[in-house]
Design a protein. Structure first.
Length: 364
């Protein structure tokens, strides 16, 4: 990096901070925080616990956003002033130190952009994730299992907690279907970027001839809804099936039909749950999963987005991301148009940077 490149970087980062400021309006956030403080100091504030909780969540969200903005603004201003001073005094040591910290400065501004992008109504909520393999039998089942492991490792890296809601093992390898709940701050905000079809190209370990195979799996992500959000479900639209739940490898098969499958006829959405020994609890969880999926479907319709996967063929032309393991190694996202060569790391859950690139690309 030279002085010209660094000065151009500063200009670009200043523009990004200014763009964020024009969207989030820091002065309005400060005014709202003052208003919240006055409300909290009112003697009857805690009489309405539900309202107090809503206000508390809003305060935490906008306070964090304002803090990220102020940190980014201070960082870019400090770097600009120091660079100008070092240039005027021909202080090469300071200039080189600024060059070394350039990536850290970029990361600070990216963090601000992401915090702005994750300030949506549902972004802070938990996420319900379902993975379903496409046509292809064992090969696709194995690919679905690889994606499941990728998300589990991502959640582990981010400190998210995972609760398996339904797991159906493949006949020979992998899995036929899996649904799980991800709990943590901005879980849905991040994982919503994974909604769509994921394509894998590799030499199949299940093909004795060593031929190249292409597999597809759909990933569907929806926010876990708060109890105060009601989705109308009519009994006539629902079909309930009950069956015996089993663990991985067919172990621990329940003697009672505790597992629940619900089919919503108008949308074609199917959800199932077998994570509890109680049929009643599994039914309640499955209904919650269905409401979440219907909410997400309606949200996507309103945004004129692509459908969630239930109405699309899992196949060529619908994928959001390609994972190529042969003849070369590359993961490319079709929305951000970014390509990554760290395939092993990505499949081990190192996907945060890739997701952030998608969030920024979709917003721009």
């Amino acid at each position: 990096m030279d002085t010209y490149e660094y000065s151009e970087l500063l200009k670009a980062l200043k523009n990004k901070v200014a763009n964020v400021a024009s969207i989030i309006k820091p002065q309005e956030i400060k005014a709202r925080l003052d208003e919240i403080e006055r409300t909290e100091n009112a003697p009857d504030f805690w009489q309405d616990i539900q309202k107090a909780g809503i206000i508390g969540k809003e305060k935490a969200k906008i306070s964090a956003l304002l803090k990220n903005y102020e940190n980014a603004l201070a960082a870019i201003n400090d770097a600009s002033e120091l660079f100008e001073l070092a240039n005027s005094e021909n202080d090469l040591e300071t200039i080189n130190a600024l060059f070394d910290d350039a990536q850290k400065l970029e990361d600070t501004i990216t963090s601000l952009e992401i915090s702005m992008l994750l300030s949506g109504e549902n972004d802070g909520k938990n996420a319900i994730v379902s993975i379903h393999p496409g046509a292809g039998g064992t090969e696709s089942n194995d690919w679905a299992s690889m994606l499941y492991r990728m998300y589990l490792r991502f959640c582990e890296r981010e400190g998210f907690k995972v609760e398996t809601l339904d797991f159906q093992e493949g006949d020979e390898a992998g899995l036929k279907d899996v649904s799980f709940l991800v709990k943590g701050e901005n879980a849905y905000g991040y994982l919503k970027a994974e909604n769509g079809i994921h394509r894998l190209v590799r030499v199949s370990p299940f093909d004795g001839a060593g031929r190249r195979h292409t597999s597809f799996s759909s990933v569907m992500v929806s926010p876990e809804l708060d109890d105060d959000i009601e989705i109308e479900l009519e009994e006539k639209d629902l079909r309930f099936d009950y069956y015996r739940a089993s663990g991985a490898g067919g172990q621990h098969i329940n003697k009672t039909e505790s597992a629940v499958r619900i089919t919503h006829a108008p949308s074609g959405i199917v959800v199932q749950c077998q994570n509890d020994r109680s049929q009643h609890k599994n039914k309640a969880t499955a209904l919650k999963m269905l409401a979440s999926r219907l909410y997400e479907l309606e949200r996507m319709k309103q945004q004129d987005a692509a459908n969630t996967g239930e109405k699309s063929d899992i196949g060529w032309g619908h994928q959001i991301r390609s994972y190529v393991l042969f003849p070369y190694q590359q993961v490319k996202d079709n929305r951000s148009n970014e390509a990554f060569t760290n395939v092993e790391g990505i499949l081990d859950g190192d996907i945060k940077k890739m997701i952030e690139g998608v969030l920024i690309a979709l917003k721009s």
